[in-house]
Design a protein around this ligand. Sequence first.
Ligand SMILES: NC(=O)c1ccc[n+]([C@@H]2O[C@H](COP(=O)([O-])OP(=O)(O)OC[C@H]3O[C@@H](n4cnc5c(N)ncnc54)[C@H](O)[C@@H]3O)[C@@H](O)[C@H]2O)c1
Ligand SMILES: O=C(O)[C@H](O)COP(=O)(O)O
Length: 531
Amino acid sequence: MPKVLIADDLSQAAVDIFTNRGIDTDIKVGLSKDELIAIADQYDGLAVRSACKPDADVIAAATNLKVIGRAGIGVDNIDIKAATAKGVVVMNTPFGNAVTTAEHAVAMMFAAARQIPAADQGTQAGKWPKKSFVGTELSYKTLGLIGCGNIGARVAERAKGLTMKVVAYDPFLTEERAIELGVEKVDLDTLLARADVITLHTPLTDQTRNILSREALAKAKKGLILVNCARGGLVDEAAVREMLDNGHLAAAAFDVFAEEPAKENILFGAPNFIATPHLGAATVEAQENVALQVAEQMSDYLLSGAVTNALNMPSVTADEAPRLKPFIELAEKLGAFAGQVSDHGFEEVVIEYEGEVAELNRKPVTAAALSGLLHASRGDVNMVSAPSILAESGVKLSETKTEESPVYDNLIRIKVKVPRTANSDETGWRSLAGTVSAGRPRIVEVKGMPLEGAFSSVMLYVNNIDKPGFIGALGAMLGEAGINIATFHLGRQDTGGEAIALIGIDGLPPHELTEKLDALPHVRYAKVLNF
Ligand SMILES: NC(=O)c1ccc[n+]([C@@H]2O[C@H](COP(=O)([O-])OP(=O)(O)OC[C@H]3O[C@@H](n4cnc5c(N)ncnc54)[C@H](O)[C@@H]3O)[C@@H](O)[C@H]2O)c1
Ligand SMILES: O=C(O)[C@H](O)COP(=O)(O)O
């Protein structure tokens, strides 16, 4: 039974779903990094919000971890690169709290425009400070959105309902989407020059960090209202403080801070500054949504391999997962075969899909092929980590698909280009193909030669010059070595010349077997393969 650690405050809905789906949960909120590291290896899944920080050290210690689920949107607290390298899927819930957070941003905009918190304090202190709080009307003012994705778009809809004009800076916003939302797409300088209110809605990345720098803020209109419900780190907090003090900014309302929990901050106490403690997603509805979604997604992945909203792996729906399973198995085995016979590595990989499999979601199948391929040379690799490892290695990958498959209902062919070496004439492309038949993976082609058979967990691969007597000599040698043959598949070139034997054997053979195989007359290459 898989086991999940819930390491941040999640709604009870998450625990109920895990339990109903047969997954054990432990709830341990507020663990220190060392405490988390000490228990991390007990879990298959880790469910977090923004407080728990699964960094590279935590991920390294979590030797059984398969999935990190973020009940929310921002994943800047998770080391995705480290997770990917360790084969851990990272998934979030990209929509569950978007409405709630958009509402918080709008609430902050109003609170700042009318100085509601300070007015409330003065009133409740018995001062009746009616003259101290003359606010700004928002109607017909220009709202500048920095980032116009899920939340930005929802803020835009609401602002338009308030008769505000909306301009947006978002390099990934298409003109069509901007028209659909009724916002004007502008560059950052134009936004700064025109906005009366700016709200931020981008993730925190290397590109967005400090996007509202001192220089950028200096370009904004005097009297700007600034709202940040996205991430601390997007704005230069010291510059905002100065500009609130000198009146360049009329008001600022922040839900997020460069360092959280923000027990102290340069902005605290600044005139017309409003703070909330990262409450953007804090509604009953949003917390139910994200808890429910993350628990379903993590359970799906742990129980069936279905992948939803992953940041480091292609999606696989619950319907697709069982259909893809045999193709994933086939691709991984073909990749493992190719990897084990590429002793000097490979420079390029081509994966060809034919027939039924060409019509399926091929991304996870390709990831499985690469995982098999890389496993021989680096062991610690899986479907999550393999694509990025291959990309980082500079090996070129390409894919083709043909709806027709001339012989089989479906076919996957993996071709690897191996480098030329001093003592090998096996240069150029090596090709292996297989099919799924009756739900089981079968090999159908090796080095372009037809050869049909099932995979066994241990197989001997022998490539020889096609001469009479060779099979007899091979069989005799295996008999003398005490090796029991379970399956025997032969293939050879139509034109004669080369042949291949693929032999399933019972158990692991002795070390020196490869040498004995190599020593047989006419053998060009021999290898013990593990699947
Ligand atoms: N305060 C909270 O509690 C709370 C709650 C939910 C989300 N958030 C945060 O809000 C932010 C936005 O969430 P979302 O769901 O809208 O994300 P999203 O991915 O849907 O939208 C982000 C948008 O930012 C844009 N973007 C990326 N790089 C940019 C750049 N360099 N300049 C301008 N725009 C850029 C993207 O194109 C995208 O449209 C995230 O940082 C998320 O973590 C905060
Ligand atoms: O990115 C998010 O989803 C928000 O920042 C919410 O964070 P929280 O789950 O810690 O409230």
